[in-house]
Design a protein around this ligand. Sequence first.
Ligand SMILES: Cc1cc2nc3c(=O)[nH]c(=O)nc-3n(C[C@H](O)[C@H](O)[C@H](O)COP(=O)(O)OP(=O)(O)OC[C@H]3O[C@@H](n4cnc5c(N)ncnc54)[C@H](O)[C@@H]3O)c2cc1C
Length: 515
Amino acid sequence: MADYDLAIIGGGLNGASLARDAAGRGLRVILLEQGDLGGAASSATSRLVHGDLAALERRGFLRVRADLAERNVWLGIAPHLVRPTRFVIPAHANERPPLRLRAGLWLYDRLAGRRLPGATTLDVTHHPIGDALKRPIGTAFEYSDCLVDDSRLVVLTALDAAERGAEIRTGARCIRADRERVWRLAVIDRGHRRVLTARALANTTGAWSASTAEMVLRQPPPRVIARRVSQIVVPRLFDVDAVYVFQNSDGRLIFASPYMRVFTLIGTVAHPFTGDPAVVTAPAEDVVYLCTAANRYFRQQIQPVDVVRIISGANMVFSRASRGAAMAGAVSFSARRRKAPLLTVFGGDVTTARRRAERAVSRLARLFPMAPRWTATAPLPGGDFAWDRFDAEVEAARERWRFLTETEAQRLVGAYGSRLDDVLGGAKTRDDLGQSFGPELSEAEVRYLMTKEWARFPDDVLWRRSKLGLTMSPAAQEALAAFMATASGAGHSATVSEGSGDSEVAKVEPRPRRR
Ligand SMILES: Cc1cc2nc3c(=O)[nH]c(=O)nc-3n(C[C@H](O)[C@H](O)[C@H](O)COP(=O)(O)OP(=O)(O)OC[C@H]3O[C@@H](n4cnc5c(N)ncnc54)[C@H](O)[C@@H]3O)c2cc1C
């Protein structure tokens, strides 16, 4: 008998979503991630959970409706991570005609159903939305969509998988997989060579998909091309809590969204990519392109020198992407007589990741007995409250932990939802949370991230479990690094995974969950 039913190589959103779905259906799952969960493309997305307005122009009505339905699913299962937001399209004389935009948004609302507030037309000369915009923009169209904390979505999806029995291994690189009646995998797991067997294998290695197929699995690679997507972070350009959508002169939509309160995230620009997916950076012309796009609309002008961070990721799309299907995710399934099955899942956007995983795992159903589909209604860890109760959750947190500021409570509820109790426990004062790493991060939170969410290194905490790397001082970052080195080295009791001899392993107990 094989060690596992399903081994998954790659811990981005696609891999974590597969692990969650399969574990919840009763399969014995292991997820192998060579670095950190969500460490590649999955933490470099535009953070949109949406029906993709631009797809309406390509008459993709059914797809938009299905994706908007998925947006509602995310609001239901991850109300802490996925937040409804108003999106604003300033009407620019040289771009899409206002009548076409109004008609498109009317249709978008109809396809979405009535869950979020509908589209409206704004006179921005008398509205705060207009304060940041150049004149003579006088009209804007406002509609509803959602933003997600992309990297936390990966981590909490993996956490849910773990609580349903999946084994999650970060720092574990699969170097070879032989396809026999079962798959036999060789893995370098935190410096130790390990061999394991699985009845089925999933390749969810994103931009590595083709090289993994060729070099690790020695299978024909999928017909894919790599693309690099980049965004920039600049000091805040506007005060309103809304996402601006610009119609750029080349027809692309550019999004400018609030980011960590004092910043604005602007993106995206995408290009074909060759090179090592582990080292993806944006060329200077992409940064200039995004600054120029923002400068067409905002009063406050920005230059490349204002950019405080560049976020770039690479992923695979079907080679027919060049003919217009760039964002479509792909699931391929190969089962041969006397050979263990292989799933390959890559690309696609964040909005559709859950559904893509559901479909992928269902392909195994004729080979393995498994429980029916379940992920659309079961909340992710901390997501068991209604999406329109977010502010009430923040209020409740401030009642319970009276030392929290409004801003802190917003961040913490947005990150942990109803599980905040597991992080802050019975603390009565800030001092009860232990050492502080700057004003926003406490020892209690870092310990939680190390013991429950697989954080091993400062970057795991600063850029993926949170985005505090943007605001934390160098001195506080150094103190965090020193603390994490000591905490993992000393193997304080909560971090030690019994019997593994590995003090860095997050220990996740199965939790009774409702389906
Ligand atoms: C061109 C393009 C643009 C996109 N733009 C957007 C967007 O605007 N909005 C949006 O919502 N989504 C966007 N996406 C989608 C999104 O970025 C990802 O597709 C999604 O997050 C899923 O990523 P993934 O899990 O397939 O890959 P990744 O997140 O890249 O994960 C793959 C993982 O595999 C690991 N790995 C590789 N080899 C091995 C090995 N041998 N052993 C163990 N681990 C290994 C890597 O370390 C990595 O963590 C875009 C995608 C593409 C292709």
